[in-house]
Design a protein around this ligand. Structure first.
Ligand SMILES: Cc1cc2nc3c(=O)[nH]c(=O)nc-3n(C[C@H](O)[C@H](O)[C@H](O)COP(=O)(O)OP(=O)(O)OC[C@H]3O[C@@H](n4cnc5c(N)ncnc54)[C@H](O)[C@@H]3O)c2cc1C
Length: 400
């Protein structure tokens, strides 16, 4: 009797399998955040690509929750981040014709408050930093800082570094630009959760409700879920860690127009704030380890952010938090992105671990990923800058 039942089940599975539509692509990209969308767009210029996203709307996780800034000095001591940022800056400053309706970068400037810092060590650090940057960061005495931002409280008034080459990024415009390129090149988006891809007969196979997707290459751009996806594909984790970061929006002091305020960061990274649509976006620069999830802000982090803002800005009273959110920034153990083929799983390509840089390095990471998948070692532009792909290769990390 059991044999008879097993037989019927096998026939049913065979029937379902045969009735499912099979689609063969060159590449399946998982995750339609900034990483996956930009890689899919670059690949679609030469390959057939399907982009798979679990949510109803792409970009609703880290990508839609960023502070939207481009900062060349941010972790500039890390050569991979520095050069990916520099190469991406060239794209962001002059994207291809028709890519975006508006400029992708808008000047903002960054004031790093050196409160409590010894002036000798800050001068040395500034000299070291400037040896790495194209546009120098300059030291401003407290009197100039006061002139630039009269609303800065006496408590936080100090000498500061001024980085003019810091910009707001139009994240929506950038993401939409990549989606447009992808669609124009015939790319297909599937809104479904991709789980347990299997590698058989030289291709990755994924089944959805009524179809099979197959491709020799799968790109793991699943953000905070990148390790989970790899595990479900029997590839194994690389120890990528999602960390939660919080932001709140508060009203500026009464009658104060903050539109042209710079981004202001405490040197000890206890907070930053910047204008955002007439309000102030404030972050306590938190980095709490989290499982991959739809991150939500916690009261304590919102309270820290509000407290720092009130301390740093004269006349600011936080009576109400107009909006708050949190997102996950995902890091490898060396806080360097992970871009490249897995050494033990054929055709499994990692594009993750962008941490707090995933928007500002996206154009260069996308081009690098497409170049490697298309059989090149590097892009000409990154190679000219002295960028070495092994800096970001997954092979440098031990398997968990
Ligand atoms: C508060 C905050 C401030 C930040 N500020 C900046 C900044 O100023 N500048 C900057 O450059 N970066 C910043 N970042 C970092 C930046 O937002 C991220 O590095 C970047 O968005 C990561 O993009 P991603 O595409 O890898 O991830 P995500 O945007 O999270 O996209 C991953 C996608 O994969 C999908 N997915 C996962 N698993 C599956 C599956 N199995 N099947 C289908 N789909 C799946 C998810 O639904 C998600 O849409 C900030 C981040 C935060 C949280």
């Amino acid at each position: 009797m059991f044999r008879n039942r097993n037989f019927r089940v096998s026939v049913l599975i065979l029937y379902l399998w045969q009735s499912m539509t099979r689609h063969l692509y060159d590449v399946i990209v998982v995750g339609a955040g900034m990483a996956g969308t930009s890689v899919a767009a670059e690949l679609s210029k030469r390959c057939s690509v399907v982009l798979v996203e679990r949510e109803k709307h792409p970009a609703m996780h880290a990508t839609g929750r960023s502070a939207a800034t481009y900062i060349p000095s941010y972790r500039a001591e890390n050569p991979a981040l520095r050069l990916l940022t520099r190469a991406s800056g060239r794209f962001l400053r002059s994207p291809p014709e028709g890519f975006a309706e508006n400029a992708l970068l808008k000047p903002r400037g960054l004031l790093t408050l050196l409160k409590g810092m010894n002036s000798e060590s800050s001068s040395q650090e500034l000299a070291d930093l400037n040896s790495l940057l194209e546009d120098p960061v300059v030291m401003l005495p407290a009197s100039d800082v006061r002139r630039r931002l009269p609303e800065l409280s006496a408590e936080w008034l100090s000498d500061a570094w001024w980085e003019a080459d810091v910009h707001d990024i139009d994240v929506h415009g950038l993401h939409q630009g990549y989606l447009k390129v992808f669609r124009e090149n015939g790319g297909r988006i599937v809104l479904a959760e991709l789980a347990c891809p299997r590698f058989e007969n030289g291709v990755w196979q994924i089944s959805f409700a009524d179809e099979y997707l197959e491709a020799p290459v799968v790109v793991n751009a699943a953000g905070a879920w990148a390790d989970e996806l790899a595990e479900s594909a029997n590839v194994g984790r690389l120890g990528l860690r999602p960390k939660r970061r919080t932001a709140i929006l508060v009203s500026p002091p009464a009658g104060c127009d903050v539109t042209d305020w710079p981004l202001v960061l405490a040197y000890d990274e206890s907070f930053y704030f910047k204008p955002d649509a007439g309000m102030l976006l404030v972050s306590p620069v938190d980095a709490h380890e989290s499982p991959p999830c739809d991150a939500q802000p916690e009261e304590i982090d919102m309270a820290y952010a509000a407290d720092f803002a009130t301390q740093a800005v004269s006349g600011l009273e936080v009576r109400r938090i107009a909006h708050s959110w949190a997102g996950l920034r995902t890091f490898a153990s060396d806080e360097t992105p992970v871009v490249g083929f897995d050494s033990s799983a054929p055709g499994f390509f990692w594009c993750g671990g962008q941490g707090g840089h995933g928007i500002q390095i996206a154009p260069a990471v996308a081009k690098l990923s497409a170049a490697i998948i298309n059989g090149d070692d590097n892009t000409v532009e990154l190679s000219d800058l002295g960028f070495l792909p092994e800096w970001v290769s997954p092979s440098r990390l031990s398997r968990i």
